[in-house]
Design a protein around this ligand. Structure first.
Ligand code: SF4
Ligand code: SF4
Length: 211
């Protein structure tokens, strides 16, 4: 797909899809593309009152995405429906849905210290889309802080992939994948302290990667 225009959080883009009106096209058949960040998993765990392991047993699937073990929303049964979809095709976790779902039909491109957004032109079939400010679209009061977290998480994942590409030792690859999964996803964060605790863990993992 050729991207002709990039946006920042402060820009308006034509992405408003009239509350989806019965459509759930982007909530099925997505394979492992609805990837969750550590923040998404933390929020799901708090809001659903489930441990991360309980989430993995029902709500999430774990696959290698971009070279790292990462959770994504489980897609089930005929039509590969997202586990969060109810019978009528509504998202049961709409208020605390993952970042990638909040963004759709926008895509993200990472720069050194920020994110550029672009419209996935053919991805959403809604007609007569309205213009919406992107910071409003993501429906997150701390959108800037969250964007900083996403940039840091993306950079860390890239560093892990670089480290693995530098070594043929499959044991090292496996240990690193499991370490990242445990430290950033399975180890619980304190409610209300996610961003601070994420930074602490990032520093800890950074030292291990540099060792
Ligand atoms: S494809 Fe567009 S209209 Fe359909 S559910 Fe997704 S965002 Fe809403
Ligand atoms: S979490 Fe909700 S919005 Fe995201 S894919 Fe699943 S049903 Fe759709």
């Amino acid at each position: 797909m050729e991207v002709t225009k990039y946006y920042t959080l402060q820009d308006m883009a034509r992405i408003g899809c009239n509350d989806c009106k019965g459509c759930h096209a982007c909530c099925r058949g997505m394979g492992d593309r609805v990837v969750l960040t550590p923040y998404d998993v933390h929020v799901l765990s708090i809001q659903l009152g489930l441990t991360v392991d309980e989430l993995f047993a029902e709500w999430l699937q774990l696959t290698i995405v971009d070279g790292l073990l990462q959770p994504s929303m489980a897609m089930n049964g005929v039509g590969e429906r997202c586990h969060a979809l109810d019978e009528s095709g509504r998202c049961r976790i709409h208020a605390f849905r993952p970042s990638i779902c909040r963004l759709f039909p926008l895509g993200r491109q990472y720069t050194e210290d920020s994110i550029q957004y672009f419209v996935l032109e053919e991805a959403c079939p809604a007609a007569q889309k309205t213009k919406v400010k992107i910071s409003k679209w993501v429906e997150r009061p701390e959108f800037k802080e969250h964007e900083t977290f996403l940039v840091q998480w993306h950079a860390f994942k890239k560093k892990c992939m670089t480290r693995m590409s530098e070594s043929d030792d499959l044991d090292y690859h496996r240990q690193l994948l499991m370490y990242v999964l445990q430290l950033f996803y399975r180890k619980p964060y304190t409610e209300g302290a996610f961003y601070a605790e994420f930074l602490e863990r990032l520093a800890e993992a950074g030292e291990i990667l540099e060792a």
